[in-house]
Design a protein around this ligand. Structure first.
Ligand SMILES: O=C(O)c1ccccc1NCC(=O)[C@H](O)[C@H](O)COP(=O)(O)O
Length: 253
C-alpha cells in the first residue's frame, strides 16, 4: 500500500499547482509545543476523516470544529491530513485550521518533493512529516534542511531499526516519530515504540498510531515517548474533546 500511495503522490506532484501565498499568521513552534506539553505526555491530535486501513472513520467532519475542540481539550499540536485520495484530506484544511486555532499545525502528507515544501509554507503549515520508510535517507536529510530554511519544522518518522540507523548516520532530527503502524501491512503494535526508543539519541520522541486507550497511553509513556500522535481513537468518538480527556484518564468513560 505504501508504494501505491507514493506512486499516486509522484503523479500528483507532476501536476501540482502551488496555491497563492496564504497571508501568513506568525509561524508557531512545533518543537516548543512538544518540549513543554500541557500534560505529562504531549498530544498531537489528528483530524482524520478516513484512512487506507479503515476507510471512512467519521462522516460529516467540520475540520475547524474538530481542531478547536482538540485545542480546548489541551492538545499541544493539531495534525491535519492533506492527502485527498487515501485520507479524504485537503490542503485547504491546514489554512482553515490555522485561522481558527492558536496551537501549531502539522501538515500530514507524503512529502516526496521540494515543491511540497513550498506548498506547505503557502498553506500555513508550521511543521511537516518526513517518512523514513518512504524516502532515501540522504534525500530526507536534504528535505529536512530545506524545510528548516523555509521556517518549517519536521517530524521525522521511523518504523524499523534499519531506517533509524540510516537516518542517524546522517543527522539527528529534533523530533522523531515512531510509527507503530507498518505502512505495508497496516499492522499496529505498541511494541514498536518499546523496541525503537532505546535506539534513539536525545530528541523529542513521539509515539504514533494505534493508541486507543488510557492503558496504551501509559504503555508508550513508560516506553519513553514524550508525546503521542492520535487520530482514529479520537475521531471515532462523538465528542472529540471528551475523547481526549478519556484518553488521559481525566473523566469517567
Ligand atoms: O492510518 C492508516 O491507515 C495509514 C495507512 C498508510 C499510511 C499511513 C497511515 N496513517 C498515517 C498516520 O500516521 C496516522 O494517521 C497517525 O499516526 C494516527 O494513527 P491512528 O491514531 O492509528 O489513527
Amino acid at each position: 500500500m505504501l508504494e501505491a500511495i507514493l506512486q499516486t503522490k509522484r503523479e500528483e506532484v507532476l501536476s501540482l499547482q502551488l496555491p497563492e501565498t496564504y497571508e501568513q499568521l506568525p509561524r508557531r513552534s512545533f518543537y516548543d509545543a512538544l518540549a513543554k506539553p500541557r500534560r505529562v505526555l504531549g498530544l498531537i491530535a489528528e483530524v482524520k476523516k478516513a484512512s487506507p486501513s479503515k476507510g471512512i472513520i467519521r462522516q460529516h467532519v467540520n475540520v475547524v470544529d474538530i481542531a478547536r475542540a482538540y485545542e480546548q481539550a489541551g492538545a499541544d499540536v493539531v495534525s491535519v491530513l492533506t492527502d485527498e485520495k487515501y485520507f479524504a484530506g485537503h490542503r485547504s484544511y491546514v489554512t482553515q485550521v490555522k485561522q481558527h486555532v492558536q496551537i501549531p499545525i502539522l501538515r500530514k502528507d507524503f512529502i516526496i518533493d521540494r515543491k511540497q515544501l513550498v506548498e506547505s509554507v503557502r498553506i500555513g503549515a508550521d511543521a511537516i512529516l518526513l517518512i523514513g520508510e518512504a524516502l532515501d535517507p540522504s534525500f530526507l536529510h536534504e528535505l529536512y534542511e530545506e524545510a528548516h530554511e523555509m521556517g518549517l519544522q519536521c517530524l521525522v518518522e521511523v518504523h524499523t531499526k534499519k531506517t533509524v540507523e540510516a537516518i542517524l548516520k546522517r543527522f539527528t532530527p529534533k523530533v522523531i516519530g515512531i510509527n507503530n503502524r507498518d505502512l505495508t501491512t497496516f499492522h499496529t503494535s505498541l511494541h514498536v515504540t518499546k523496541q525503537i526508543v532505546p535506539l534513539l539519541p536525545p530528541c523529542i520522541i513521539v509515539s504514533e498510531s494505534g493508541i486507543h486507550t488510557y492503558d496504551d497511553v501509559q504503555t508508550v509513556r513508560q516506553a519513553g515517548a514524550h508525546a503521542m500522535l492520535v487520530g482514529e481513537a479520537l475521531m471515532r468518538k462523538p465528542a472529540v474533546d471528551v475523547a481526549v480527556y478519556e484518553l488521559f484518564g481525566e473523566r469517567e468513560i
